[in-house]
Design a protein around this ligand. Structure first.
Ligand code: HEM
Ligand code: SF4
Ligand code: SF4
Length: 523
């Protein structure tokens, strides 16, 4: 258990470094590592679209299929050939990004607690991706397809499910068009099942990241096209049931299971794949940090504005008719779906610290860190600040540890997720005596609660409610996203911000005008 945790931590540190490197080239919005699920969908759509074309032009008789594929691979290479290669490379891309996505979720520890559903529903997806891809090789009905079909039949024959061995279907003279039609049906049916499984997979996630950015989608499509032109997909010789080819060029992403079976045995391959599947399914059962209390709604303070409903990253909120206010709605939290992230508290209009109530109670709040207590903490810490540039840092518990910045001139308010921050707290801190506010948290695509970083950016730049008031001077706000391993980046951003604040005050020594707000600077 401890060994697993330390390997995971080591792997995560390495992954985060790679992600930062890619950020530098692609930016977080198009960094493939941060959008592997979306890339998976993208590759699946390419495979489906090209598959529809191939199916339309394919002659699916057992005798004709190889010839018809050879025709469009060579004679009609500029359309059919390219479609075929795109189909093949998109399928390879799908398996690669799926495995990387799995690895990434594993390293980030996103397999237990409220995420158990996404994790467990991901497991059958692996089987369906492999079943779809391997079945595709059989359809080509060349020597490789024959090898794969026979090897798969041998594998399944180990299970006591067929009355006659499946391998008998491939004896010379036995294979019929009817059996082949079944293979075609499977190669269409299983990908459709895969789509259904993926739909279930993202059911607990609102606004699932299923579409990559334009540049990531276009770039990856161009990459597949380039591969299709440089190394077009070609077939082996026609399947000959009485004469197997001596050398086969295997697609190792999908077909590695056949050599693995011949290196072990059908029973051995079942043991390996079965054990891996069970291991993945059992991971959510490992002991893990207990989740905090879920969000709680206070009906008298809820005006039914729906902001929490719109911002919840896990679809844990629904809206009901308000029992006491006819014509109004009331938010309802479904505890079994709630991730305890606090993003809803940051979205609630009643969470403004400017409310002149002694006990600040909000429409929706986190019992472990209510907004009223946050206000008290902020007031206390700002009052205690000293120094030439007093800074309040709002950070989150999952990113670079802002608490380490605590100093006489730096007050740190540690939130569950940066998305828990009602933007008005920034203005409240400045009016209370802080010279500047630094907001930090996980980078986009790393946010432990998926949307905290995005909503904070949008709220602070005025693009999302509740927005930061335009009267807040942009030069006194700094946003510095920093993942857990980027402490030095965060420290440097704070230092730089402090220098700027000092320069501002030295420059001016004039009253701090509340300028019309520009987009806050990022550090
Ligand atoms: C081709 C296969 C797959 C595709 C296309 C896919 C796609 C996605 C997408 C689009 C999301 C939502 C991401 C977001 O909006 O934050 C997601 C989330 C997730 N996926 Fe997959 N997935 C696949 C396979 C898997 C597998 C095999 C696993 C693990 C067994 C897995 C585990 C997860 C988990 C745990 C989440 C939730 C992340 C979170 O709550 O932050 N996925 N997946
Ligand atoms: S705490 Fe997070 S998951 Fe729970 S209701 Fe609020 S926004 Fe949704
Ligand atoms: S954001 Fe607040 S006021 Fe709006 S619906 Fe949710 S709990 Fe009610």
């Amino acid at each position: 258990m401890a060994a697993f945790a330390s390997i995971r931590q080591g792997g995560l540190a390495l992954l985060q470094r790679i992600e930062s490197l890619f950020d530098a080239f692609f930016g977080p919005a198009s960094n493939p590592w941060r959008h592997l699920g979306a890339l998976g969908f993208h590759f699946l759509w390419i495979a489906l679209a090209t598959g529809i074309y191939l199916f339309a032009v394919l002659d699916t008789g057992i005798e004709e299929i190889h010839t018809s594929i050879e025709y469009y691979t060579h004679e009609q290479w500029w359309l059919g050939g390219i479609m075929r290669s795109l189909h093949r490379y998109a399928a390879d891309g799908l398996v690669i990004v799926m495995l990387l996505h799995l690895l990434r979720e594993l390293l980030y520890g996103r397999f237990n607690g409220f995420r158990w559903f996404s994790w467990v529903t991901g497991v059958p997806v692996i089987w369906l991706v492999y079943a779809s891809g391997i079945g595709g090789y059989w359809l080509v009905w060349d020597q490789l397809g024959l090898f794969s079909a026979v090897a798969s039949a041998e594998w399944f024959d180990w299970l006591p499910i067929f009355s006659t061995p499946a391998t008998r279907n491939f004896l010379p003279g036995v294979l019929t068009d009817r059996f082949f039609t079944l293979l075609v049906f499977l190669h269409i049916g299983i990908p459709l099942l895969l789509l259904l499984a993926l739909w279930v997979h993202v059911q607990r996630i609102s606004r699932a990241d299923v579409f990559p950015s334009r540049s990531l989608a276009g770039g990856s499509l161009l990459m597949l096209l380039a591969l299709a032109l440089v190394k077009p997909t070609v077939s082996h010789g026609k399947a000959d049931l009485s004469n197997l080819a001596p050398v086969l060029h295997i697609d190792w992403y999908y077909l590695f299971i056949h050599p693995l079976m011949y290196a072990t045995s059908p029973a051995g391959l079942w043991a390996i794949t079965g054990a891996l599947t069970l291991l993945l399914l059992a991971l959510p059962l490992l002991p893990h940090r207990k989740q905090g209390p879920v969000a709680v709604v206070d009906p008298p303070n809820c005006n039914g504005c729906r902001r929490c409903f719109a911002d919840c990253p896990y679809g844990a909120i629904t809206m009901l008719p308000h029992p006491d206010r006819p014509g109004h709605e009331l938010a309802l939290v479904h505890p079994e779906l709630c991730a305890s992230c606090g993003i809803c508290a940051g979205s609630c209009p009643s969470a403004t610290p400017f409310r002149s109530v002694e006990q600040l109670v909000t429409g929706i709040d986190m019992p472990q860190q209510p907004v009223g207590i946050l206000r008290e903490e902020l007031e206390r810490k700002v009052a205690a600040l000293s120094g030439p540039a007093k800074v309040v840092v709002f950070g989150c518990g999952c990113a670079a540890d802002a608490a380490a910045l605590e100093a006489p001139d730096t007050a740190v308010i540690r939130l569950i997720c940066t998305g828990q921050l009602p933007p008005s707290f920034i203005e409240y801190a400045l009016r209370g005596g802080a010279d500047g506010v630094l907001v930090t948290g996980c980078r986009e695509g790393s946010c432990a609660y998926r949307l905290g970083t995005r909503w904070t950016e949008e709220r602070l730049s005025g693009g999302r409610e509740p927005h930061l008031r335009r009267s807040v001077p942009a030069e006194r706000l700094r946003i510095a996203w920093a993942d857990a391993h980027e402490m030095s980046h965060l420290k440097a951003a704070l230092e730089n911000f402090r220098e700027n604040l000092q320069r501002l005050d030295a420059d001016a020594r004039r009253p701090r005008a509340y300028n019309p707000r520009r987009t806050p600077r990022h550090g």
